[in-house]
Design a protein around this ligand. Structure first.
Ligand code: SF4
Length: 319
């Protein structure tokens, strides 16, 4: 398979002043093949969304690089870069309400990106917006309404139409269902699945819900405190996790079946995720790991391929 997207040792720090620095994303390398869906999981504060925004240029890169179809993308985007790359890469945001300007109509919101297209007349734009509203399960006459007139699920459909009307190849879906009621989550996932198939999209799917990520993804990448700890085929990672963090993360994920959930032993992750300002020396998971060894507190484990496997794991148990 051809790689559409490659991140190499991508790092994003935020300087907070007084010599404090948030290590939000550190040395993350991840390739995504054309038409592949990679699910990115981890607790809140693990750096998933920062990684997604950095690959799209919404945050400048502190170091490392991103390649798209072999082309190295700028470290810091200018407005011309956003315009050029908007038709290739887009983002679907977590909170459909705060990502939509409440003073703009749905028609204006969905058309915002294609208005930059010099060859399209107003009539063409209106026709395209109507088509996309239908495509995401809304109606053409919703164009004149405002975001507050819609439910959460409908607002996420508007967000999807707004991102996909530009017909990108690569889309970062940043927790696209976590702000929605459980009853509409499956509808939005099914819609994304249909559009992925019909448009041949490549997706980076960021989410908390591991069973949902397993369901939609070809591969799964697990992030902890700004670094990747495990990458592999989604079913393999979910049913046979190798890294102790992946194991407890999957163990603490609620079962969709209420009976199974009631009878499941509690496997909550112990302790707190360390501050990304004071990243521990050695393995970042050492203070919470049930299998910690003395080497773990001194030497940082690297993400390496396991023997005879497609899996990559960053843990001294396998080095
Ligand atoms: Fe646990 Fe050590 Fe592996 Fe880190 S390197 S996950 S502390 S066993």
């Amino acid at each position: 398979m051809v790689n559409l997207f490659e991140a190499k040792e991508l790092t994003r720090y935020f300087d907070m002043g007084r010599n404090e620095r948030v290590h939000a994303v550190e040395n993350v390398s991840l390739d995504i093949a054309e038409k592949e869906i990679v699910g990115l999981v981890g607790e809140s504060g693990s750096g998933k969304s920062t990684f997604g925004k950095t690959v799209l240029g919404l945050h400048d890169k502190t170091s490392g690089m991103v390649k798209y179809r072999g082309e190295k993308l700028p470290q810091k985007y200018r407005s011309a870069d956003f315009q050029r790359l908007a038709t290739k890469m887009q983002m679907i945001f977590q909170d459909p309400y705060s990502s939509l300007n409440p003073r703009m109509t749905v028609g204006e919101l969905v058309a915002e990106g294609i208005r930059l297209h010099p060859q399209l007349s107003s009539a063409d734009i209106k026709e395209k917006v109507a088509l996309w509203l239908n495509r995401v399960g809304l109606q053409a006459d919703h164009m004149s309404r405002f975001p507050h007139e819609f439910s959460g699920g409908q607002r996420q459909r508007i967000g999807i139409a707004r991102a996909l009307i530009l017909e990108p190849e690569f889309v970062v879906c940043d927790e696209p269902i976590s702000a929605l009621d459980v009853s509409v989550q499956a509808q939005v996932i099914n819609l994304l699945g249909e559009l992925k198939e019909s448009m041949g999209l490549t997706l980076l799917f960021i989410a908390h819900d591991l069973s949902m990520v397993r369901y939609v993804s070809d591969r799964m990448a697990v992030m902890y405190l700004g670094s990747l700890v495990e990458v592999g085929k989604a079913d393999g990672v979910y049913f046979d996790p190798k890294h102790p963090y992946t194991e407890v993360l999957i163990g603490s994920n609620p079962e969709p079946d209420p009976n199974m959930e009631r009878n499941r032993p509690s496997t909550a992750i112990q302790g707190e995720i360390p501050s990304p300002v004071n990243v521990p020396v050695g393995c970042r998971f050492a203070n919470r790991c049930p299998k910690v060894m003395s080497v773990c507190r001194d030497i940082t484990p690297l993400l390496i391929p396991l023997k005879d496997s497609d899996r990559e794991v960053a843990c001294h148990l396998y080095s």
